[in-house]
Design a protein around this ligand. Structure first.
Ligand code: AMP
Ligand code: MG
Length: 409
């Protein structure tokens, strides 16, 4: 058996980097920057008011209360037509450029407006309610590194610099197929001996979360010609191929024979549970991930190999899910020679993340995966985690089932 870390290292090292491309801002969510982004100009681009009020000279209002002449009104989006001088003020709205000569803004609550005049009720030192140009980001400053997956706030920041087409690694196209004579599509009736294809919907969903464009190749029969055609077709139109089933030790595992014939594919026994059998290699130069058929195994193998692999292709610097320190509330006994991913439900309680198995731990028990929020990662050589024992929790669904009543009372 291969240690999990070795297998992951080999997979990541084999991943090609997708080309960089400028894409419309609205299509860049989840993609990684291909180069550092520098600010094209100051943010804010000009010194402006943080309040609705009156732009003044701080020296004029030092002896408040004082009365000043109001020269004009400057709403947001407009610019004052003249500078202010001693004894004068300009009415200003939040975000409007500070008029020349002014060095403070007195908020409207500290004033009493009159006809063409304003009474300032309190002294305000220079800089009050003024947002200086470049105060958030100075022109030329690196605002994002390379390899950052763009989130909503990143998109907003890029928009503030007028970056309509950020340079990112393009979206991967990933072909997905299920294999097996026993597997039928979800909308087909089940004759005896057949089961519905539960892997494909899960893998398609996981790929969607990553931002991949999915080519759904459907279900492929355990027949060499069909399988060969499907794999070659998939490799021809995708950046990566993900298949499930047919990589274990069983004698009907035609997938193995066909893969061996088509490209450089290796069959590993990874020291992990679930998902010990796993195939990885290239078909016609395209990376292929051959996941085991059991539903939980296919998802765990996806999480440990496909997800970090595709994120590497996408140029992301962070490719593994976060792990937090947790406490097992129930003892678990695991295979000592493997890294075991125990499906657990998690709860934040008394200042710690608490975990307990979310159901049966066989690799076909999807209900336990559906009820889980994390994998408790039990390293090789551990075997037994006692109740109250420390464990690393790899979080894939942070609990957010807090009702309005719970939060708001
Ligand atoms: P295999 O890896 O092909 O030997 O399959 C292992 C187990 O997973 C068998 O019980 C299969 O019936 C089951 N299986 C394979 N593919 C799927 C699938 N797409 N959906 C649900 N179960 C599957
Ligand atoms: Mg099979």
């Amino acid at each position: 058996m291969r240690p999990l870390g070795d297998a992951q290292r080999d997979v990541l090292a084999a991943m090609p980097l997708l080309p960089a491309a400028e894409v419309p801002l609205g299509e860049a969510l989840g993609l990684a920057t291909a180069a550092a982004v520098r600010a094209a100009h100051d943010v804010p681009p000009f010194t402006n008011s943080a309040m609705d009020g009156y732009a003044v000279l701080a020296a004029d209002v030092a002896g408040a209360p004082v009365e000043l002449e109001v020269l004009e009104d400057v709403p947001a989006g407009s610019v004052a037509t003249r500078p202010i001088g001693p004894g004068t003020a300009i009415k200003i709205m939040t975000g409007a450029p500070l008029p020349e000569g002014a060095d403070a803004v007195v908020k409207v609550e500290d004033t009493e407006p009159g006809e063409g005049r304003v009474r300032i009720l309190a002294a305000h030192p220079a800089g009050t309610a003024v947002r200086p140009a470049g105060g958030d980001v100075a022109a030329g400053q690196a605002v994002l590194g390379a390899g950052v997956r763009l989130g909503a706030a990143h998109l907003g920041m890029l928009a503030s610099f007028g970056v309509a087409r950020p340079l990112v690694r393009r979206r991967p196209v990933v072909a997905v197929m299920s294999t097996g004579d026993e597997v039928l599509a979800v909308d087909e009736p089940l004759p005896p001996g057949k089961i519905h294809d539960s892997n494909r919907p899960m893998l398609v969903a996981l790929l969607g979360e990553l931002g991949a464009d999915v080519v759904d190749m459907g279900i492929v029969r355990d027949e060499p010609g069909t399988l060969r055609a499907a794999l070659e077709g998939a490799a021809g139109k995708a950046d990566a191929v993900v298949s499930s089933g047919g990589v274990s030790m069983g004698e009907y595992d035609l997938v193995k024979a066909v893969l061996r014939e088509l490209g450089h594919v290796e069959f590993w026994q990874v020291a992990m549970q679930p998902a010990k059998p796993f195939a990885f290699g290239q078909v016609a130069g395209t990376p292929l991930f051959g996941l085991p058929g059991n539903p939980v195994s296919s998802v765990v193998a996806f999480e440990q190999f496909v997800r970090p692999g595709l994120l590497t292709m996408m140029g992301a610097t962070a490719v593994f899910r976060p792990q937090v320190d947790g406490v097992m509330d129930e003892a678990v006994s695991t295979a000592e020679e493997k890294t075991v991913f125990v499906r657990v439900q998690v709860e934040w309680r008394d200042g710690a993340w608490h975990a307990r198995p979310s159901g049966g731990q066989s690799s076909n028990v999807l209900s336990a995966l559906a009820a889980a929020g994390a994998y408790a990662v039990v390293p090789v050589g551990t075997g037994e985690v006692p109740a109250g024992g420390a464990v690393a929790l790899e979080m894939f669904r942070w609990p957010e089932a807090r009702s309005a009543v719970e939060v708001l009372g």
